[in-house]
Design a protein around this ligand. Structure first.
Ligand SMILES: [Zn+2]
Length: 273
């Protein structure tokens, strides 16, 4: 009995020591963790002023983006829509031939350098997926757009032409950052392109290469144009990823808060004589 008591006492002493040791270990662990958390918080506080300057209480709400981002001729976000005319006779300074696996249509396509390189990368990736992306149209000069537009006006009337063709000086193609694609030798630009292999691949993957669908379905009132599943616009990989994260159909106008719309803000243009 006495022997048993002694043993029980020894066991409880060992258990007690275990509990004490465990308590010390936990205290040391949490202590370190608290110090680390405090240091991390301190770092975050020190880092934050350069990222988010504290707004002064009286300041009015500043525009989210520098307007030059959309009007600077060298910007990858240069905007051409019915309320944003490009500078008269604008021609990008860094146009190069697009080196693409796909067909070239009748005109050898040119784009701004960064867009052309991204397009070639995208075409190669599509090709690996068994998709033969065919290129139809990229950069168009203001003069060429004028011929196209007034040709459409002559055949369909101005009201109809304005829903699908830009007036000269307002075309996304004139930025050298836009590209039209066609399915396997077809030259039809119809909404059915959406259901073709190329159309589906582009809708799913183009953003990964810095391109966004410029005229998504149901956004006519915002972009000023009817649905064009074949027309993609290069804005760079970072912005394209940001727009795509909102929705595959997010428009440049919506995301950046840029005016667009179906009515031209400038007086009606007439054909150059
Ligand atoms: Zn187009």
């Amino acid at each position: 009995m006495a022997h048993r008591k002694k043993r029980t006492f020894r066991i409880s002493r060992i258990l007690f020591l275990f509990v004490i040791a465990g308590g010390i270990a936990a205290a040391v662990f949490y202590g370190f963790r608290m110090i680390r958390t405090r240091n991390l918080r301190k770092e975050a506080v020190q880092a934050s002023p350069s990222i988010e300057p504290t707004p002064s209480p009286s300041a009015s709400i500043a525009p989210s983006y520098d307007p030059a981002l959309f009007t600077d001729p060298d910007s990858l976000l240069l905007i051409a829509n019915k309320s944003h005319r490009l500078p008269e006779g604008y021609e990008p300074s860094d146009l190069i031939d697009v080196n693409t696996i796909g067909g070239h249509g009748t005109i050898a396509p040119m784009m701004r350098k960064e867009a052309a390189e991204a397009e070639a990368e995208m075409t190669a990736a599509a090709f690996e997926d068994g998709i033969y992306l065919q290129f139809s149209s990229a950069y168009r000069s203001e003069e060429y757009q004028s011929e196209l537009y007034w040709g459409y006006v002559a055949s369909d009337g101005q009201e109809a032409a304005d829903t699908y063709s830009s007036r000269p000086g307002y075309s996304d193609h004139q930025t050298g950052l836009a590209a039209d694609f066609v399915e396997n030798g077809s030259s039809d630009f119809t909404a059915d392109f959406e259901h073709t292999e190329s159309g589906k691949w582009l809708y799913e993957h183009a953003w990964e290469y810095g391109f966004v669908i410029r005229y998504p379905k149901g956004k006519d009132e915002i972009t000023g144009y009817t649905f064009e599943p074949w027309h993609y616009r290069y804005i760079g990989k970072d912005w394209a990823a940001e727009l795509h994260a909102v929705s595959p159909d997010e428009t440049i106008e919506e995301y950046f808060g840029i005016t667009g719309g179906i009515e031209y803000t400038d007086p009606i243009s007439t054909p150059a004589s």
